[in-house]
Ligand binder design. Structure first.
Ligand code: AMP
Ligand code: MG
Length: 325
C-alpha cells in the first residue's frame, strides 16, 4: 500500500510516497529556514504562506512525477493535531482536497508520534525496533517519554512542564547571539568548549516524577551570561560561547538521561527509540549511551539518521500505515 505523506507543521514543506509503512519510493522537502532566519525563529503566518506557495508549486509536480513513474497513491496522510496552527491548517486543507480529488482515504496522524517513525523509514536500518518499547521525542515543540505496546497503543508517561528541549537550545543560542535554528549551533560551538566549565543545575534531578523542565536551566544560563559576558575580552568570546554551550548542553542531556533511566526502570522496556530534531545531536546519543549503561540497563537504542530526525513527509506516510484500513 502506497501512502502519500504531507508535512507542514513547522518550517519544512515535505511530501513523500512510502510503501507499506517503511519503503520510501520518493520524497521532496523544502526548508523555509532562510525565510525565518531574519526573525530569529519561525513566524507562524509567514510559514503558512510559504507552505501554501510550496505545496502549489512542488506538490503538483511531485504527484505528476509519481503518476508518470507508474506509482499508485492509495491514501493521503497528513501531519495533524500538533504544530503551528496556521501551518498545520494549510497541510490539512491541501491533503483533504487531494484525498477527494484522488478519491482515496485521508489519514490524519499525530505529528509528534510520527517523529518516532524515523527509524522505520530510514533505509540505513536493516533491523527495525520491536514493540513494546520506550519512545523519546526531543523536538522544538515537545519533550516526551511515550510507552508503546504497539504503534497505535501508547501512553505518554513523561512530558515537559514548560519549554521543550529544542526550544531551550534555540533560546540559549539566541542569548549567545548564534543564528536560528540554535540547536545545531550549540552542538557545533560546544565541540571546542568544556562541559564542566560552568556548574548549571541539572533540572528535575530530585523530582521523582517523570517530568522535564528547561525554563529554570534557561534562566540560569541567562543569569550567567548577563553577569560574566561583560568581563570577557573580545578575543576570548569564542571560548566563552563554547563553554556556555557545552555546559548547558550536557546538563540538558543529563536531565533527559535521568528521566529515560527512570522510565526504562518503571516500564521494563528494553528498547529505546528516539525522534525529533534534537535527536540529530550526537552528544545526546553519547550521554544517553553512557548514562543508561551506567544505570545497568540492558537496552537497544535506535536513533534515525539526521534527515529522519527532522520534519519529513516520510515519517507521516510511514506512521500512517499503522492506521490504514
Ligand atoms: P523539530 O521540532 O523536530 O522539527 O526539530 C527542530 C528542533 O531541533 C529545533 O529546536 C532545533 O534547534 C533542534 N535541533 C536540531 N538539530 C539539533 C542539534 N544538533 N542539537 C540540538 N538541537 C537540535
Ligand atoms: Mg517536528
Amino acid at each position: 500500500m502506497n501512502i502519500l505523506g504531507i508535512e507542514t507543521t513547522c518550517d519544512e514543506t515535505s511530501l513523500a510516497l512510502v510503501a507499506d509503512g517503511q519503503k520510501i519510493i520518493d520524497e521532496i522537502t523544502v526548508s523555509q529556514i532562510l525565510k525565518h532566519q531574519p526573525y530569529g525563529g519561525v513566524v507562524p503566518d509567514l510559514g503558512a504562506r510559504e507552505h501554501l506557495t510550496n505545496l502549489t508549486q512542488i506538490g503538483g509536480e511531485f504527484i505528476t512525477k509519481l503518476k508518470n513513474a507508474g506509482h499508485s497513491i492509495d491514501a493521503v496522510a497528513v501531519a495533524a493535531k500538533v504544530g503551528l496552527p496556521p501551518a498545520v491548517q494549510v497541510g490539512e486543507a491541501y491533503a483533504a482536497g487531494l484525498s477527494k480529488s484522488l478519491n482515496v482515504p485521508l489519514i490524519p496522524v499525530n505529528h509528534v508520534l510520527a517523529h518516532l517513525w524515523g527509524v522505520w523509514v530510514d533505509p540505513t536500518f536493516d533491523e527495525k525496533p520491536v514493540f513494546p518499547l520506550l519512545g523519546l521525542i526531543v523536538s522544538g515543540g515537545h519533550t516526551q517519554l511515550i510507552s508503546f505496546d504497539s504503534p497505535t497503543e501508547y501512553e505518554i508517561i513523561g512530558d515537559t512542564l514548560d519549554d521543550a528541549v529544542g526550544e531551550a537550545f534555540d533560546k540559549v543560542a539566541s542569548m549567545l547571539k548564534l543564528p536560528y535554528p540554535g540547536g545545531p549551533q550549540i552542538e557545533e560551538n560546544a565541540k571546542i568548549g568544556d562541559s564542566q566549565a560552568i556548574d548549571f543545575p541539572v533540572p528535575m534531578k530530585d523530582d521523582e516524577r517523570l517530568r522535564f523542565s528547561f525554563s529554570g536551566l534557561k534562566t540560569a544560563v541567562r543569569t550567567y551570561i548577563d553577569k560574566e559576558r561583560p568581563k570577557i575580552l573580545p578575543e576570548m568570546e569564542k571560548f566563552f560561547v563554547a563553554d556556555v554551550a557545552a555546559s548547558f548542553q550536557d546538563v540538558a542531556f543529563q536531565a533527559i538521561a535521568n528521566k529515560v533511566n527512570q522510565a526504562l526502570k518503571e516500564t521494563g522496556h528494553k528498547t529505546l527509540v528516539i525522534g525529533g530534531g534534537v535527536a540529530a545531536n550526537q552528544r545526546l546519543v553519547d550521554v544517553l549511551f553512557r548514562e543508561i549503561a551506567n544505570a545497568g540497563h540492558q537496552f537497544d537504542l535506535f536513533v534515525p539518521s539526521l534527515k529522519y530526525c527532522t520534519d519529513n513527509g516520510s515519517l507521516i506516510a510511514g506512521y500512517a500505515f499503522n492506521y490504514a484500513e
